[in-house]
Design a protein around this ligand. Structure first.
Ligand SMILES: Cc1cc2nc3c(=O)[nH]c(=O)nc-3n(C[C@H](O)[C@H](O)[C@H](O)COP(=O)(O)OP(=O)(O)OC[C@H]3O[C@@H](n4cnc5c(N)ncnc54)[C@H](O)[C@@H]3O)c2cc1C
Length: 427
């Protein structure tokens, strides 16, 4: 949708390396041309280059300047859709495979960080907290289901008392605790992936928007100054896709989400509100999520809109959510506030698709892209190299078009989203 605000983010101000790549000036041929340098495109580029492919990666703005460099930094196992629902939609075997891949996606992030020595403040532990008493029973059952049916032991249910001890507030009624989930500096993770891809021979071009493409046996993409012919094309544009691929655009709705960073907090405060340095997300429809940065700021994400512009006062827009949980932070200084655009799908599962066997699309992670987009890039590399089974399991999940096409859908959908936002305010 838009790229405004990235430079204002805390992440841009605390990046630990500077990578610059030139715009594409000359036409050329390659094996794989990837459009978009967020986690999907970067991971695909890295994995494909490791398999020996010649890869060209084209980014409209700069590496990680989309959702990948701006997000909440939290990741954990699981999908947005219940396992039992997935069993009904794609069969038990494929639903089990999807669950296992979600577990793998978290390990993949950690192993890439380890293998490529990416400095991105990786920490362990994610809490999904219940915002309403009515959410508690579902949470308990979900933990029990994962422990017993899915055999996933590294999740536990915590009662309200245990949550209060960990978060210094009695605002929440219980929590799912993902011991092996984690949080990280999302932009430094993206830059680390780009650096690894570059070292592996990927040709990266920034400030190079793709403005058109031709599919078929010999696909090609065009940019303002040059054309790339490739054996394979990958669309990794997510919420910033626009009208570049109208069929793929029907599967997603871009929404804007917002974050603030406080000034570094004194030890007396951060030791009280988050002594174990966990990442936290609540159970509202419009999720509030928060965690500490490496320099002990509170990073708080909350509030979203569905327009083409961000609110003029992002800080005020987000701060009210933070103060509702921690009233004592009312006077704390807000050093940074920014927004980003992510893509959601109708069923909240990622949308993976392909045209023929040489054009791949992965998008619509619906707020769970750190791990799943990283995995998505790896699955694209498998599909390009002839092993599409795992990519196809994701692609087999029925993912309907948003009604009304890309233009007409907005008023009805926005009304629907606003309805659920209002329900967040009910007890
Ligand atoms: C505020 C916010 C908070 C979030 N919090 C979390 C979180 O805590 N945990 C989590 O897991 N996920 C979170 N997400 C979602 C997560 O960031 C995304 O799912 C993930 O980054 C998607 O990666 P991507 O590579 O698919 O897309 P992006 O990172 O958006 O990258 C797409 C790239 O494609 C480029 N592009 C688009 N069109 C073109 C074109 N025509 N030519 C060339 N380049 C093009 C864009 O410039 C962009 O850089 C959050 C998102 C936002 C916005």
């Amino acid at each position: 949708m838009q790229n405004q605000g990235f430079e204002r983010s805390y992440y841009a101000h605390s990046s630990n390396q500077t990578l610059h790549f030139p715009p594409l000036q000359e036409s050329h041929e390659t094996d794989v041309c990837i459009i978009g340098a967020g986690y999907t495109g970067l991971s695909a580029a890295l994995h494909l280059s490791q398999k020996g492919y010649r890869v060209t990666l084209l980014e409209a703005k700069s590496i990680g300047s989309g959702a990948s460099g701006r997000n909440g930094g939290q990741f954990c196992q699981g999908l947005n859709v219940d396992h039992e629902v997935l069993c009904r939609k794609v069969g038990k075997e494929n639903a089990d495979a999807l669950w296992k891949m979600s577990v793998e996606s978290v390990e993949l992030v950690k192993s890439l960080i380890h293998e490529h020595q990416i400095e991105c403040d990786l920490k362990a532990g994610v809490l999904h907290v219940a915002s309403k008493p009515s959410h508690v029973e579902d949470m308990k059952q979900a933990v029990e289901y994962k422990n017993t049916v899915l055999g996933f032991a590294s999740i536990a249910y915590l009662n309200d008392q245990s949550v209060a001890e960990r978060l210094g507030t009695e605002h929440y009624y219980g929590a799912e605790y993902y011991e092996q989930g984690g949080h990280l500096h999302p932009y430094n993770y993206a830059l680390g992936l780009a650096h690894a891809a570059q070292k592996n021979g990927v040709h990266i071009y920034e400030n190079t928007p793709v403005v058109g493409y031709v599919s078929g046996n010999n696909p090609s993409v065009s940019t303002p100054l040059a054309t790339v012919k490739a054996k394979f094309v990958v669309f990794a544009c997510n919420g910033y896709l626009g009208k570049l691929h109208p069929q793929a655009a029907k599967k997603i709705m871009p929404i804007n989400n917002f974050i603030l960073a406080t000034q570094p907090l004194p030890a007396s405060v951060y030791n009280r509100i988050n002594p174990l340095d966990l990442a936290v997300a609540d159970s509202k429809f419009v999720v509030n999520y928060f965690r500490l940065s490496a320099d002990k700021r509170l990073l708080w994400g909350g509030g979203e809109n569905y327009r083409s512009r961000f609110p003029s006062d992002i800080s005020g827009f987000v701060k009210k959510h933070m103060i509702a949980t921690y009233p004592e932070l009312k006077k704390v200084q807000i050093d940074y506030s920014w927004g980003g655009t992510l893509a959601i799908t109708l069923n909240r599962m990622p949308h993976f698709g392909h045209e023929e066997k040489n054009v791949f699309i992965a998008q619509g992670y619906s707020g769970h892209g750190i791990a799943l987009a990283t995995l998505g890039g790896k699955l694209i590399s498998e599909a390009v190299s002839g092993t599409a089974e795992r990519f196809d399991i994701f692609a087999s999940v029925p993912n309907a078009d948003f009604p009304g096409g890309t233009l007409l859908r907005w008023p009805g959908l926005v009304a629907g989203m606003l309805y659920y936002k209002l329900r967040d305010q009910l007890p």
